[in-house]
Design a protein around this ligand. Structure first.
Ligand code: ATP
Ligand code: MG
Length: 256
């Protein structure tokens, strides 16, 4: 049962898997994130949108400590990120991330790219890691590409490899930072389809994306950011039809 279904069935609310409270971040003098509060429950799908430079990437990068925050709390599956190796590794073990650029190693095959993570992070023997990698490549429907090198694949295929690679660490939370915005239009759907499937399987997801069709289809909540702040957050049916703030309306009028 997913989060909303469980709530509808009258069960207890799913656990809070990400709790962000009073988060502030600066780059030098620049105040990049301002008093961010965000709670994500198990199985929830959150879409984050907003103008360029509003802090979307910075926010999700803080969740797995690719960016250090100066103030506030970030708690992931009960672990408070303090910047020490222990908490950072514990959190990264739960959180997979997919970027706009696929960041695959060009000199390694698709299979090797995927198997590398469990071999190094989990000390998994190569044979076992490659078997796991094949199951994840099947899940993103490109097992037949396993022996190729990334540059022999289309952008959409490379991004699906990047998703498979992240899934090899068996994350309970997936972060996506504009995973389709570097892709040619005809390849966007194949990546979104994989993301929709992950959502349907109950993966907790935070997705920075301007694919509003995806937001309508799978998001439990859309979070709108502007100038380092969360301006508003609402269920997609409310967010798109009845946004509360002028800033949100202005943004939506540009992208819809
Ligand atoms: N490493 C950095 N050093 C200094 N400033 C940075 C750094 N990273 C981001 N910023 C600034 O912080 C602000 C937020 O950046 P961020 O990348 O989070 O925005 P974004 O909402 O993801 O934008 P986009 O839609 O263009 O990806 C921007 O003004 C950016 O210039
Ligand atoms: Mg960004």
């Amino acid at each position: 049962m997913t989060g909303p279904e469980q709530a509808a069935a009258g069960g207890a609310k799913p656990a809070r898997v990400i709790e962000i409270a009073g988060l502030n971040k600066w780059f030098g003098d620049f105040h990049a994130l301002k008093d961010i509060d965000l709670t994500v429950r198990k199985g929830e799908r959150i879409v984050i949108c907003g103008p360029s430079g509003s802090g979307k990437s910075t926010l999700i990068r803080c969740v797995n400590h690719l960016e250090r925050h100066e103030e506030g709390d970030i708690i992931v599956n009960g672990v408070t990120l303090r910047g020490d190796k222990g908490s950072v590794n514990a959190v990264r073990g739960e959180v997979g991330m997919v970027f706009q650029q696929f960041n695959l190693f060009p000199h390694l095959t698709v299979l090797e790219n995927c198997a590398l993570a469990p071999m190094f992070a989990r000390k998994m023997p190569r044979r076992e890691a490659e078997a796991l990698a094949m199951t994840r490549l099947e899940r993103v429907r490109i097992p037949e590409q396993a022996r190729k090198y990334p540059l022999q694949l289309s952008g959409g295929q490379q991004q699906r490899v990047a998703i498979a690679r992240a899934l090899c660490l068996r994350p309970s939370i997936m972060l996506f930072d504009e995973p389709t915005s570097a892709l040619d239009p005809e390849m966007i759907k194949e990546v979104l389809d994989v993301m929709v499937e992950l959502a349907e399987e109950g993966m907790t997801m935070l997705c920075v994306t301007h694919e509003m069709g995806f937001a309508r289809q799978v998001a439990d909540r859309v979070v709108f950011m502007d100038q380092g702040e969360i301006v508003e957050q609402a269920a997609p049916e409310i967010f798109f039809s009845n946004p509360r703030y002028d800033r949100t309306r202005a943004f939506l009028s540009q992208i819809l």
